[in-house]
Design a protein around this ligand. Structure first.
Ligand code: KIV
Ligand code: ZN
Length: 527
């Protein structure tokens, strides 16, 4: 046993490349669309996290995607920037046009290979698929040396044909071959077998990095990615908070911490700065409006909370009794009582910094004023309260620097009870002018608020999702409200989020946040 352990410890540690697709596949999560400013913020967070490759978007998909990839290419230093393209000339040309200013660009071309996709979606023979794949890789190679090829739905592709496609793509110049489990169907054993077969049967496989891209439809994305790594893959594709199409992609934070915590088992690691995992998760959650579940592994608020007396006793005596990694190692700062009414601006600034945020002097001044107001309302101020203040400050800063036509919450009055219809008076402002609406529609206070907001802003939406959560414990906790609304005109979903000690005020602010997102997207479409 001892010598087994010794052998394991002596095995060299292999570095696994982390390819992040939060800004491309992640943005395809319903309601998770981001504007340019938000994408740049996420891209910078990914650089700080030290991901190896940032997939910044699908440039041909829309002018917004093209612009985002171009701007991210100019911004990013220290990570490869990648753009997605079908094996179609105009896609590849657009991808290069948007990537050309990147320090280290990569073009990612893809084409489906499984029989289902060939017969029903593409209506192409196996020979035609190989022809198109080779032509796509070659065209991309004409622009840059770093080329990734993905046979879409690879895990449901006949293995003989997959080997042929992969060999042809590498021959044509692909430097990474990515094996996607596009529909989240495969199992860890199947994944090991598939990757091993590629290593054993594709003669030029040593000329490319083998990668995987696992969707989470059956909840196996992390297990399948780790299986691919164990079979020799050198890159895995992931998204922060597991964002992505349908059930999402392999969550970056989970797979990275699995490899780091169990280095003894996997004999691999990454260059990820794990202390940035929680701040990055928060940034992504904030800009997409997608709330991280409390019990989410690694970055959920409860991921390190010990509830039972037995566990608490154990942790107090020796942390490792119930903790396999420390909360600090993933970027949690102790949720102790941090500041009080008499704390100064410098102490608040330090705390904000240690929580992973950077504010300008003006933002810190505004945050300090808000902190003082909150300290009058609330006895104990926790880290989560400070994060909520910082979130509000960055939303306020966005209102100042963003479109002047953004709506701003001013005040509300609400009458409701078990008898009679609720009524809501809401006041919002735009370009410095206030507008009031009184609504006695709806069957509850939130419904009445939605009506009032629609009257003021002149947009029609339905409320698809409404969530309230206390940011901390206690009667005086701040409430965080997350909404998802559907723009009736376009049928597109938008999210909004806000916090306040008054949950109804937070509701109105979250609705305003969502309305501003609808408005931005209408403005973009009309350009
Ligand atoms: O899921 C998938 O197959 C993809 C490819 C474009 C890599 O996202
Ligand atoms: Zn995908």
């Amino acid at each position: 046993m001892a010598s087994e352990k010794q052998n394991a410890a002596e095995q060299p540690i292999r570095n696994i490349l982390i390819f992040d697709t939060t800004l491309r596949d992640g943005e395809q999560s319903p309601g998770a669309s981001m504007n340019l400013e938000e994408k740049l913020k996420v891209a910078q967070a990914l650089v700080d996290l030290k991901v190896d490759i940032i997939e910044a978007g699908f440039p041909i998909a829309s002018p917004g995607d093209f612009e985002a990839v171009s701007e991210i290419s100019k911004l990013v230093k220290g990570s490869t920037v990648c753009g997605l393209a079908r094996c179609v000339d105009k896609d590849i040309d657009a991808a290069w046009e948007s990537l050309k200013n990147a320090d280290d660009p990569r073009i990612h071309v893809f084409l489906a290979t499984s029989a289902i996709h060939r017969n029903f979606k593409l209506r192409m023979t196996q020979e035609e698929i190989i022809e198109h794949a080779v032509a796509g890789v070659k065209r991309a190679k004409g622009y840059c040396s770093n080329i990734e090829f993905s046979p879409e739905d690879a895990c449901r592709t006949e293995i003989d044909f997959l080997c042929k496609v992969v060999e042809a793509a590498i021959d044509a110049g692909a430097t990474t071959v990515n094996i996607p489990d596009t529909v989240g169907y495969t199992t860890p054993n199947e994944m090991v077998k598939r990757i091993q077969e590629l290593f054993n049967r594709v003669p030029n496989i040593d000329k490319a990095v083998v990668s995987t891209h696992c969707h989470n439809d059956l909840g196996m994305a992390v297990a399948n990615s780790l299986a691919a790594v164990m079979a020799g893959a050198g890159q895995i594709e992931v998204a922060v908070n597991g964002l992505g199409e349908r059930a999402g992609n392999c969550p970056l934070e989970e797979v990275v911490m699995a490899m780091r915590t169990r280095r003894d088992f996997f004999h691999v690691d990454t260059r990820i700065v794990s202390q940035r995992l929680v701040p990055t998760s928060r940034i992504v959650s904030k800009v997409t409006g997608l709330v991280v579940p409390r019990n989410k592994a690694i970055v959920g608020r409860n991921a390190f909370a010990h509830e039972s007396g037995v566990h608490q006793d154990g942790v107090l005596k020796e942390r490792s009794t119930y903790e396999i990694m420390s909360p600090e190692s993933v970027g949690f700062v102790k949720n102790d009582l941090v500041l009080g009414k008499h704390s100064g601006r410098a102490a608040l600034g330090e705390r904000i910094k240690s929580l992973g945020f950077e504010l300008t002097k003006e933002q810190l001044d505004a945050a300090f004023d808000e902190f003082k107001r909150l300290a009058d309302l609330k006895k104990d101020i926790f880290d989560a309260d400070i994060v909520a203040i910082v979130d509000r400050q960055s939303a306020a800063a966005k209102r100042l620097t963003g479109a002047a036509a953004d709506w701003k919450y001013v005040s509300y009055e609400l009458n409701c009870g078990s008898q009679g219809k609720p009524s809501c008076k809401a006041i919002l402002s735009q370009n410095g002018f206030e507008k009031t609406a009184v609504s006695s529609e709806g069957d509850g206070p939130v419904h009445a608020m939605c009506w009032a907001v629609q009257q003021i802003v002149g947009l029609r939406f339905t409320l698809e999702e409404y969530k309230v959560e206390a940011v901390t414990g206690g009667f005086d906790a701040q409430g965080e409200v997350a909404v998802r609304v559907k723009d009736v005109d376009t049928n597109v979903d938008y999210r909004g989020r806000a916090t306040s000690t008054d949950v109804l005020e937070a509701t109105l602010m979250a609705l305003v946040d969502a309305v501003n997102r609808i408005q931005h997207s209408h403005e973009k479409d009309s350009k």
